[in-house]
Ligand binder design. Sequence first.
Ligand code: PRP
Length: 206
Amino acid sequence: MINVALPKGRLGEKIYDIFEKAGYECPSIKEPNRKLIFENEARGVRYFWVKPSDVSIYVERGAADLGVCGKDILAEYAPDVYELLDLKKGVCRMAVAAKKDFYDDGATTLKVATKFVRVAKAFYAGKGRDIDVIKLNGSIEIAPILGLSDVIVDIVETGKTLVENDLEVVETVFPISARLIANKASFKFKTKEIETLVESVSALLD
Ligand code: PRP
């Protein structure tokens, strides 16, 4: 049995459809109920719906053999897992954004609001720029508008949230897409099953 942690929500549903096409179907997952664990014994697969930011925790600790999470989560939490495949879904980017008239003259410590503290610190450390990180949990775009921060480091998908709040991208930090990750021990002990799944899924991506 391969245990797969899927991110709850629209991205997870898209990913399940790929797994289904690849031969790892589990029809009960589409029934309208609030169950979180689904199993198809005949196909040897069990799916869990988990909060997207928790997927890597389940996989790192071996509660799931495989999982699907965004590159943003991998960069922020740096879980000790294998990254097996770029699933090319949930494409967006990590970016620095600010109010349209903002100019960083480098004279004072830059105030950066973000959910992604490690990402922000690493990015500015690479530039040798001193920052004061303000950790927020959502609606990050409000921070520069209210003067809480100079810039934000956040996910930009369509760019609509920025436009509607009079902000703009200053620079891209890195591109993001969904990745298939594996627990390291599972990969060792279930190598054949996992490799077969990876081949079937990757054949559907191009
Ligand atoms: C994410 C991100 C941006 C928005 C970007 O927010 O933090 O706010 O999506 O999407 P867009 O470029 O298509 O407008 P999310 O919906 O996850 O909510 P939260 O960060 O406020 O919790």
